[in-house]
Design a protein around this ligand. Structure first.
Ligand SMILES: C[S@@+](CC[C@H](N)C(=O)[O-])C[C@H]1O[C@@H](n2cnc3c(N)ncnc32)[C@H](O)[C@@H]1O
Length: 287
């Protein structure tokens, strides 16, 4: 069993080590992501998209527990489209592109950009995503984009890799348009003590053992397990966002809290209503 101090060390490797983990597991990443989440990652990504576009206020998106891509697509037609004022999106730590692909399935963005510091993950993303998506190799603590360039900034399962949350969220805020929204999906710990008791063996044993068996990258999956065990709670993440000035921050717990969508706006008001007020405005995106 791993001691508390070793757990802390494994949970906070430096950037170079994290980069080497993802370079090393790029081939098995998608398979393991689905296997380790029992296929739930697909559902969680849809929830992320739903939250980003506030579809939950749409009566159709509210129907039933399952979120269907078709319904999301229909609801997204209420967002400004085909009039020169479509939204733009940046996916931080895009990895193999699964979340960005989920966004692109329901909305035709004016500009879609994914960035990651693992070039091997980016190669996988390139093969998955449409050629109109721009993929940029960079560190997400220092974004090479002009200020106010994106309406939506998102990231899935990346917050545990962030070395400096204040700097990271400040960068996210900088590149967001005034009416922009940041929305993240992250693995978290169930708040209910009974559920957490059942969840712990999964986190402590199943994750690192299966990860090691399939990828032979023991350290990478110890990082996954330990970082989830020691990471901030959703409420603390909201406070971190508020600390750099995000407004209307919310969290939405998924699957008993095994994952959470955390979001915030740069200014009060929704992306869509704000955009609608602006009317027909053409946007220049120089990235
Ligand atoms: C757990 S993976 C998530 C990938 C993808 N977002 C998904 O949902 O499957 C984390 C990704 O973030 C990238 N990453 C971690 N730290 C980063 C940093 N400082 N700058 C840029 N990318 C980073 C990794 O290379 C990896 O591709």
């Amino acid at each position: 069993m791993t001691s508390r101090s070793t757990e802390q060390e494994l949970a906070h490797p430096d950037r170079k080590t994290i980069q080497s983990f993802f370079d090393a597991i790029h081939r098995q990443y998608d398979f393991l992501n689905s296997l380790l989440s029992f296929g739930l990652d697909r559902y969680w990504r849809k929830c992320l998209v739903q939250e980003a576009f506030i579809f939950h206020r749409h009566p159709e998106a509210r129907k039933g527990r399952r979120i269907q891509t078709e319904i999301l697509r229909r609801c997204s037609s209420s967002l400004p489209q085909d009039d020169g004022s479509r939204l733009s999106i940046l996916d931080l730590g895009v990895g193999t592109g699964k979340s960005l692909e989920a966004f692109l399935k329901v909305y035709s963005f004016e500009r879609a950009v994914g960035c990651d510091f693992s070039e091997r993950m980016l190669v996988k993303a390139k093969s998955r995503l449409d050629s109109s998506c721009a993929l940029v190799a960079c560190d997400f603590h220092e974004l090479p984009f002009r200020s106010e360039a994106f309406d939506v900034v998102t990231g899935s399962f990346i917050l545990r890799s962030v070395q400096d949350l204040e700097r990271f969220f400040s960068e996210v805020k900088r590149v967001l348009t005034k009416s922009g929204k940041a929305v993240f999906l992250e693995l978290t710990r169930p708040a209910n003590r009974f559920v957490y008791l059942l969840y712990q063996p999964y986190l402590r044993y199943y994750l690192p053992i299966v990860g090691k068996l399939v990828s032979s990258q023991e350290k990478a999956y110890q990082f996954l397990s330990c970082s989830v065990q020691t990471f901030l709670e959703p409420r603390a993440l909201r406070l971190e966002m508020e600390h750099v000035g995000f407004l209307e921050t919310t969290t939405k717990s998924l699957t008993f809290g095994a994952a959470t969508v955390i979001e915030g706006r740069k200014a009060a008001g929704s992306v869509s209503s704000d955009r609608e007020q602006k009317g027909r405005r053409s946007y220049e995106h120089r990235v």
